[in-house]
Design a protein around this ligand. Structure first.
Ligand code: PLP
Length: 447
């Protein structure tokens, strides 16, 4: 069929088949689709007008709530003013403004921001900066990267290599070489039903010393961890764990990267989890909440000493051969600035901190319900582990998600058999009660 002929076709049937959906069982979804038509504040609305209370801030990203007027207006105005400017060798004012604002929110000497478009890109960027940093300082033998079991760092080859989720790794070849993993920090026997940071587990950071003894510090570039592992099922860090990791990295000249794609922008009651724990990493990756999910944007915040190490060659030479066409896209920068204004004006990070005990109390009301094995809470996040059905691992979680959406009008997220909750930070105390009432009904009704 010629192109002209194609253009004459008035419409293409929308039969759901063409779209290959990410991280979704495509065939099951297309038999019983869950379609979302619009959103406002704390709610999604289905095409037939049903309200669905958002217990997950989309995918951990809409921290300011949905379709907030100032963000919508900023995007609209930016689209009319400057659609795009080349990201390489040119800039536009809002990119610099947003970088300054983000650096000002980050702790200590985390002063420079490299922009990307997704958490996965941010992770690969941080890993590349770490390798290049050692190279420019004449320590090119530092090539190893250390991740952690159960870590999620997106889906780029770097991210799945340092990540620790088997299904995300096993079908994709040999991944990056020279990667090792710390043990994850979850132990149900020692930690079940903990609010906030568990008492048990700080010693697991010492495993880094063991890895260093095996490979030698002179071969290790960086360690990357999520301060609170979100996508693997909500694993708050044991008390003192991150501090210990920092100390061991310092002892051996290893860079420490916090992947704050989920924990950044208020989720833990602070701008970044690094602030909550008083631990300053060498780099922070961020995404999601920076624009409240309204436009894709991500980045890496880099410590001054790391940035400065690159600024030694001839002034007219490119210092880092890395970047994306859409690094600091004008629409994303406009959305980011409006989002940061909203966070500040409405005190949303402080609000999350204040609500943390209310949230934890409400989550713990589900203790004792059928199949509930553990509940973990931290900041405005909760993880609820369900017992698996014999021979159908993951099925009970999926049924909970379907029932919540279809019958209770509640959006929840499942990872395996863990329900993960992370509402927009504008959630009211009443809505917190509603989330757990609805979820309680769902859990009582499951087989
Ligand atoms: C900690 C962490 N890193 C990286 C990513 C990847 O982000 P994206 O899906 O934007 O690539 C995620 C996504 O959930 C994440 O939670």
């Amino acid at each position: 069929m010629s192109l002209a002929r194609t253009r004459d076709v008035p419409s293409v049937p929308n039969d759901l088949q063409s779209y290959w959906m990410p991280f979704t069982p495509n065939r099951a979804f297309k038999k019983a689709p869950r379609l979302i038509a619009r959103a406002k504040g704390m709610h999604y609305y289905t095409a037939d007008g049903r309200a669905v209370l958002d217990g997950t801030a989309g995918l951990w990203c809409c921290n300011a709530g949905h379709n907030r007027d100032p963000i919508v207006e900023a995007i609209r105005a930016q689209a009319a003013e400057l659609d795009y400017a080349p990201a390489f060798q040119f800039g536009h004012p809002k990119a610099f403004e947003l970088a300054s604002r983000i650096a000002a929110l980050a702790p200590g000497a985390l002063e420079h921001v490299f922009f990307c478009n997704s958490g996965s890109e941010a992770v690969d960027t941080a890993l590349k900066i770490a390798l290049a940093f050692h190279n420019v300082r004449g320590q090119g033998a530092r090539m190893r990267l250390i991740g952690r079991e159960r870590g999620y760092h997106g889906v780029g080859f770097g991210g799945i290599s340092v990540g620790g989720i088997v299904n995300n790794r096993k079908n994709f070849g040999s991944l990056l070489v020279g990667v090792d993993h710390l043990p994850h920090t979850y132990n149900r026997e020692k930690q079940a039903f903990t609010r906030g940071e568990p008492e048990w587990g700080a010693h697991l950071a010492d495993e880094l010393d063991r890895i260093v003894s095996l490979h030698d510090a002179s071969t290790i570039a960086a360690v990357i961890v999520e301060p609170m592992a979100g996508s693997t099922g909500v694993l708050p860090p044991p008390k003192g764990y991150l501090e210990r990791l920092r100390a061991i990295c310092d002892k051996h000249g290893i860079l420490l990267i916090f992947d704050e794609v989920i924990t950044g922008f208020g989720r833990m009651g602070h701008a970044f989890a690094a602030e909550r724990y008083g631990v300053e990493p060498d780099m922070i990756t961020f995404a999601k909440g920076v624009t409240s999910g309204a436009v894709p944007m991500a980045g890496v915040i880099v410590r001054k000493a790391v940035y400065d190490a690159f600024m030694n060659g001839p002034e007219n030479a490119i210092e880092l051969f890395h970047g994306y066409t859409y690094s600091a896209h004008p629409l994303a920068c406009a959305a980011g600035l409006a989002t940061l204004d909203l966070y500040r004006e409405e005190g949303l990070f402080e609000r999350a901190k204040k609500l943390e005990p209310v949230w934890a109390d409400a989550a713990m009301t589900l203790k004792g319900l059928p199949n509930v094995l553990d509940i973990r809470t931290i900041g405005l996040v909760a993880g609820i582990d369900l017992a698996s059905k014999p021979d159908a691992v993951g099925r009970r979680g999926t049924e909970a998600m379907e029932k919540a959406f279809g019958e209770e009008g509640l959006m929840i997220r499942i990872t395996g058999e863990t329900i993960a909750l992370s509402p927009p930070l504008i959630v009211s105390e009443g809505e917190i009660g509603e989330i757990f009432d609805k979820l309680g009904k769902v859990l009582r009704g499951l087989n």
